[in-house]
Every structure is written in C-alpha cells, then in structure tokens.
Design a protein around this ligand. Structure first.
Ligand code: 13P
Ligand code: SF4
Length: 305
C-alpha cells in the first residue's frame, strides 16, 4: 500500500510505476525538494511547456499548478496528463475569467491581448499570444500597434512596460506570494548580508524590482546561479527554488527575500500523491478540444518566438 511507504520506498515505487506507465515527470522549480528529486526535468513555465510539447512518453505527470498541466495537455493532446493534486491551482490565474477578458477586450477594440501563461485554457483561448516571465518583453515587442492589453499580472505588466516601447494596459491581478515581498524585506536582507546581490522575479512589486540587481524568471535564476561570480544571493521569489539553487551550487549562499514566500498550491504535490496518481492513473487534466485548439494557437505563437 502506497499509504504505508516511507520516502525512499515511495521514490522507488514511483520509478517502477514510471517505467510501467511509460511516463515522464515534469516539475516546476517551486516544488518541494523530494518531488524535484524524482522528476525527469525541473524548470520554469516556458521550459516545462517546451518539454511537454516534445515528450515522447505516453503519460506526463505534471508536478506544478493546474494551468501548467493544462498547457501540457493543450500542447500534447494525445498524451495522458496527470496532476497529482487536482486542487493545486494558481490564485493569480483565477483573477480573470474568459467572460471578463472578453468584456475588457470590447472596451479596448483593436488592441492585441497578451495572456501570461498563468491563466486558464478558456482565457488563453480569448487572447492573441501567451507569454511567460522569461519572454514577456519579447512577446509584447513582437506585436503590431502601440498599445497592448496584458493580463492578469499587473506587476509583470509594469516590468514589461519598463523594457517596451508600447503602452501596456494591465489587468489588476497579482501573485500573492510575490506581492507579499516588500522593499523593506529586501533592505533588511541587504543589511544582514551586505555582500549579497539581489535577484527578483518579474512578478514582484515595482519597488522590489527597483532594488534588484537582476530580474529573472525561475529558469534564468537557475542558469545564472551556475555562472555568476556572486557568492551570496538574495532571492526574491517563491522559496522552493532555493532547494534547487543550493543543490546545484553548494559553494554559494542563497537567502530568501521573505521567509514566508511559499506558494501553498505548489506545495500540495507530494511523493505520495505522485505515486497514487501514477498507480491509479487518476487526476487527468483534459481541455475540451474547441477550447484547446484556440488556446494552442496563442501558446504555439509564444513557443515559436
Ligand atoms: P516561472 O515561469 O518564472 O517559473 O514562474 C512561474 C510562476 O508561477 C511564478 O510564480
Ligand atoms: Fe500562482 Fe504565485 Fe503560486 Fe506562481 S507562485 S503558482 S503565480 S500563486
């Protein structure tokens, strides 16, 4: 019984089930350490979309939040995509519905609409192109016209506006984890670690971005950590990434900008739930084909950029 297995036994059982089901395990950089350890690939939203699109296995187990698994299912409609906990949603993605987006578009006719991947499939189906935190400026710059509607993250929109010639019209959404990181937290950490540099995720507030030495997606933080000459880094994003940064770079010190920067939904995925999903083949994520076909266009435009 999976319920009775310890951590090592669970990891071994997951490996067996992975082979039996011909499955690949994809995990976001914010996942708990033991889930990261059993993943075949760990990455940011863009990297995971690309891996999902290229996967050759029959089954994708997506250790992340619901919109990420939905994106994998849209890009690989013939594969079985499982999310180990179907309650693992993204509160920011829930801040805009398709009906709200349509009404907003009608108020600004002719403006292209960029949707952050942190949105539902229904919302993606109503937008022109998606973006992630690692390509948002490039996506906005690729569009015609001087004004762009950008949903749902107002902080990412403000960050994009700094690097873009276009007027960005933002939706009023935000990520509670990043929004809770304040400029005062950064100043306090800098006082405690005067030699440390600051890396912030673009979902942070503008006043936090102002204090950052670099603004990076989680995937870019992982890459930058391998090559940076800095030995101490204050990380202004969800703290799960610190497990990976420390594992990859044991000689460097990483300090969370905020000690409680945890995404409760990302933490819902556990080894036990991964094993149960694979054993019972449950919690399949499926998007109705008429929605998936429209959302796929917006995601593929981004992936090709
Ligand atoms: P990344 O694409 O940078 O991994 O960000 C995803 C996310 O949900 C950030 O909160
Ligand atoms: Fe959503 Fe924020 Fe959690 Fe990322 S960290 S999944 S944006 S709530």
């Amino acid at each position: 019984m999976i319920e009775d297995l310890n951590r090592d036994e669970l990891s071994a059982r997951i490996r067996e089930l992975k082979t039996a089901r011909n499955a690949v395990i994809l995990a976001h950089n914010y996942q708990i350490g033991e889930v990261q350890d059993i993943a075949d690939f760990i990455g940011d939203s863009l990297e995971l979309s690309q891996k999902a699109a290229a996967a050759t296995e029959d089954v994708i187990v997506f250790c992340g939040v619901h919109f990420m698994a939905e994106t994998a299912s849209i890009l690989s409609p013939r594969k079985t995509v499982l999310i180990p906990d179907p309650q693992a949603g993204c509160p920011m993605a829930d801040m805009i519905t398709a009906a709200e987006l349509v009404a907003w578009k009608n108020r600004y006719p002719g403006r292209p609409v960029v949707c952050y991947v942190n949105t539902s499939a229904e919302v993606k189906a109503e937008c022109d192109i998606c973006c992630t935190s690692s390509n948002a400026v490039r996506v906005v710059e690729s569009l015609a016209g001087g004004e762009v509607l950008f949903a749902p993250d107002k902080n990412l929109a403000a960050y994009v506006a700094r690097g873009s010639s276009k007027k960005i019209i933002p939706w009023d959404g935000y990520c509670y984890v990043h929004n809770n990181i304040l400029a005062r937290d950064i100043r306090e950490k800098k006082k405690a670690h005067p030699d440390a540099v600051v890396w912030a995720h673009p979902e942070c507030r503008p006043e936090v971005i102002d204090l950052a030495d670099k603004v990076l997606s989680t995937g870019k933080m992982v890459k930058e950590a391998r090559t940076t000459e800095a030995g101490e880094i204050i990380i202004a994003t969800e703290s799960g990434i610190i497990y990976r940064l420390k594992k990859d770079n044991p000689e460097k010190d990483f300090y969370p900008a905020h000690d409680l920067a945890f995404c409760a939904n990302m933490k819902k995925i556990t080894l036990k739930k991964v094993a149960l999903a694979l054993e019972q083949m449950v919690h399949r994520v499926q998007v109705p084909p008429e929605i998936a076909d429209r959302a796929r266009g917006a995601i593929e435009k981004m992936v090709k950029l």
